[in-house]
Design a protein around this ligand. Structure first.
Ligand code: SF4
Ligand code: SF4
Length: 429
């Protein structure tokens, strides 16, 4: 069952991934009025999925660093940087790898789990092959069982995530998980480097500041996207955010600062001010699966925000400024990863509704497209609550259930076209 594909089949499979990603990147390059500073993000994804050579992305201070695979924003990336490695976010968005993943994930399982498993089970794509160790937080059922299957191919460290984040017991339990992860990372890197490697208050402080700089640039981008006329397409913003998964954090921050500077200076609107402003809520949108954002924007609307955990949510609140004391820093880091996270694997999850209400207002949203990946029960459970928030906020919502396959594109086109048309009529009134 776990047998890798034969060499020529693996070659074919890699070509499929390269074509799938290459098509999306070409489409982004062809969009009129695209900012020049988007290029480093497109190139990064090209290196990973098309050239299959991510080496230039894994340099830090001129040297290639060890990499650790991660599968959720609940992994405190600052610890990985503090120990001298680079985190690679491996949640899969490739349709071409779902078939291989289906050998390990039930037919009704979510495409994210299928794609991620397929990309690991079939050797060939370098970013996946490079990661001997991967960290998987136990959020939803799919992630938990996915981690167990993944352990057939990689050393998997599971992070036990509490589901009631407001209780003190949960917060303590999560802090213990974060502390245990720190030790595990130290042991792993010590073994790998043949010398004692320790995370100190100084290295962690530096990592926290580096990550905070990235978060600050992401917030700047969000502020620009909330303007009355959007300076870039939502797909372009999503791709820049997705590139964070594979770029060294300081390189990504530099690229994002340049992009924000360009957007502030050139003051070009990519679409007419009357275009309906859409927010994508729900299951994550992961490159190269840009099916939904592309349809929305091709049909005359503009994506002004999303809550995808491979987008804005990946870089939310920074760590509170703790004293330069390792224990205080770990407490702040544990709090930063757990408390603001609005993933629906938490219950109760009122925070998500508060965040959505705020974003709908601040981005002057006209309509919400609620994205449900087939098999993603946790997001689907919250659809009614989100619909109520939309109603209260006076915006329309449509629920779209899909997977990574291109087969339903025409059917989705019809539904989204009707939704966008309805928003246009509403705006005219
Ligand atoms: S949806 Fe939730 S569990 Fe999945 S990666 Fe995002 S934050 Fe983690
Ligand atoms: S939260 Fe949804 S999309 Fe993410 S792993 Fe779980 S089931 Fe899949």
């Amino acid at each position: 069952m776990n047998k890798p594909l034969q060499p020529q089949a693996a070659g074919r499979w890699l070509r499929q991934i390269s074509r799938e990603a290459g098509r999306q990147l070409a489409m982004l390059r062809d969009l009129t009025d695209g900012p020049a500073a988007l290029a480093p993000f497109i190139e990064a994804l090209e290196q990973v999925f098309v050239a299959n050579d991510p080496r230039s992305l894994l340099l830090r201070d001129g040297a290639t660093r060890s990499v650790i695979g991660i599968y959720c924003i609940l992994v405190p990336e600052e610890l990985i940087y503090a120990v001298g490695a680079i985190p690679l976010r491996l949640c899969g968005g490739c349709s071409s790898s779902c078939a291989a993943g289906e050998e390990h994930v039930p037919r009704d399982g979510c495409p994210l789990a299928k794609s991620s498993l397929g990309l690991t089970a079939q050797p060939g794509l370098a970013v996946y092959d490079l990661c001997d160790v991967v960290i998987v937080p136990t959020t939803c059922d799919a992630k938990r069982k996915f981690a167990e299957e993944l352990s057939r191919f990689r050393e998997v460290w599971m992070l036990e995530v509490p589901h009631l984040k407001d209780s003190e017991i949960s917060q303590q339990a999560w802090l213990l998980q974060v502390m245990a992860l720190k030790e595990r990372l130290e042991q792993h890197m010590s073994r790998e480097q043949g010398r004692r490697v320790r995370i100190t208050a100084q290295t962690l402080d530096q990592a926290i500041q580096v990550q905070a700089a990235a978060q600050s640039q992401m917030r700047r981008l969000q502020a620009l996207r909330s303007a009355e006329t959007s300076p870039l397409w939502g797909r372009q913003a999503m791709v820049a955010a997705n590139a964070f998964s594979f770029m060294e954090v300081e390189a990504w921050t530099r690229a994002m600062r340049t992009l924000n500077d360009e957007l502030e200076q050139r003051q070009i609107a990519v679409c007419p001010a009357r275009a309906p402003r859409i927010f994508i809520a729900g299951s994550p949108v992961i490159f190269p699966n840009l099916k939904l954002p592309t349809l929305i924007e091709e049909l005359g609307a503009i994506l002004v925000a999303d809550e995808s955990c491979v987008g804005e949510r990946a870089l939310y609140d920074p760590v509170g400024h703790p004293e330069r004391n390792l224990r205080a820093q770990l407490i702040a880091l544990a709090a930063r990863t757990l408390m603001p996270c609005i993933c629906p694997s938490f219950a109760p999850n009122e925070d998500r509704l508060v965040t959505l209400r705020r974003m709908i207002a601040s981005h002057r949203v006209d309509g919400v497209v609620y994205h449900v990946l087939k098999g993603c029960v946790v997001y689907d459970f919250e659809v009614g609550r989100v619909e109520a928030v939309c109603k209260e906020s006076g915006v329309a919502m449509v629920r779209i259930e899909t997977d990574y396959s291109p087969e339903d594109v025409e059917q989705l086109r019809t539904r989204i076209e009707a939704f966008v048309e309805m928003l246009v009529q509403r705006k005219r009134r």
